[in-house]
Design a protein around this ligand. Structure first.
Ligand code: ADP
Ligand code: BMX
Ligand code: ZN
Length: 288
């Protein structure tokens, strides 16, 4: 059975045809529409999914936001605004004429990455550092989604009580500082207006402000990972997302985590499926 897998992020949309052996046969990507109205998202989904739908039997969606009973609600509307109660599953089924399963992007990625770990690991967490900071938990070999779909939203735990207000309404969330958006928002003077990707490039070129923005993200993420370890006692934390996978970032997080007390330390690993963890996790869940 071919699965049409879709990943909806705050920055990009990706769709892929995935075969029975979890091979990606064809993959397309486009930017997340800037206007973020239900109409704009539906139009982008139509353009992305329609050319692939007749070669698939099911659709699997990994999407940013809380996905509860097939409906998408942004916890941080700054990442995907205008989409309160977007009927995701229904919209995708209407476009493709196929049955559809939808879940949170980081939860889906956690499931894929769990399958790629050694057999004796039963408890792990996945963290994406991307437009936002998302998370997924596998506990006792089971993916936790939570009664309302909120499980694993680590990005909205506290990093700094005096920090910036997060789009979710709280003050000082990890996401408001460590995410791609958070890094870009803190940039000043010569770096103001640059996105996280450009700031990482500047950091590699030796720009001191860019280096300190990247370090701040890595430090906050390491502290959050110590909290995740304290809460879940997981044996592995897997890091994904374009910021999380950026060259040198994981090494910095590892360095900061090593400064935490031993009990809060945990082995970190870059996502095995790299940028496709969400797509493949959703596909695995429908092929199960
Ligand atoms: P999404 O959030 O849509 O899933 P990504 O995982 O690509 O998408 O994350 C997007 C964020 O990652 C943006 O803030 C972007 O600036 C940043 N980014 C993209 N590529 C890189 C890179 N090579 N290095 C550092 N940051 C990156
Ligand atoms: C936000 C939240 C999470 C998501 C995470 C990573 C929204 C729209 N999304 O914390 O549900 O998992 O961002 O999302 O509220 P990404 O777009 O960075 O992949
Ligand atoms: Zn928040």
């Amino acid at each position: 059975m071919n699965v049409l897998a879709l990943d909806i992020g705050g920055t990009k949309l990706a769709a892929a045809l995935v075969d029975n052996d979890l091979r990606i046969i064809e993959r397309h990507e486009c930017p997340t529409p800037a206007s973020q109205t239900p109409q704009a998202l539906t139009a982008s989904l139509e353009a992305l999914l329609s050319p692939l739908a007749d070669r698939a039997q099911r659709v699997a969606v990994a999407s940013t936001g809380i996905i509860h009973q097939g409906v998408l609600t942004a916890i941080n509307p700054a990442n995907l605004g205008g989409l309160e109660h977007f009927p995701l599953q229904e919209t995708v089924s209407r476009i493709t004429h196929l049955p559809c399963l939808a879940l949170n992007d980081a939860q889906a990625a956690a499931w894929a990455e769990y399958q790629a770990l050694e057999d004796d690991i039963t408890d792990m967490a996945f963290i994406t550092v991307s437009t936002g900071v998302g998370g997924g938990i596998v506990s006792g070999g089971r993916l936790m989604m939570g009664d309302g779909g909120l499980a694993g939203h680590f990005g909205h735990t506290l990093a700094d009580p005096d920090g910036p207000r997060c789009g979710c309404g709280r003050i000082g969330c990890v996401e408001a500082i460590a995410s791609g958006r958070g890094i870009a928002a803190a940039a000043q003077s010569a770096l103001a207006g640059l996105d996280a990707k450009a700031i990482f490039t500047k950091a590699r070129e030796g720009d001191v402000q860019a280096q300190s923005l990247v370090q701040r993200s890595a430090r906050v993420l390491a502290s959050m990972i110590a909290d995740v370890k304290a809460v879940t006692d997981c044996q592995r934390v897997v890091i994904g997302g374009s910021v999380g996978l950026a060259v040198g970032y994981l090494e910095q997080v590892t360095g900061y985590l090593a400064q935490e007390p031993k009990a809060y330390q945990v082995m970190l690993k870059a996502a095995h499926y790299r940028h496709d963890a969400g797509l493949l996790g959703a596909a695995m869940l429908v092929q199960k």
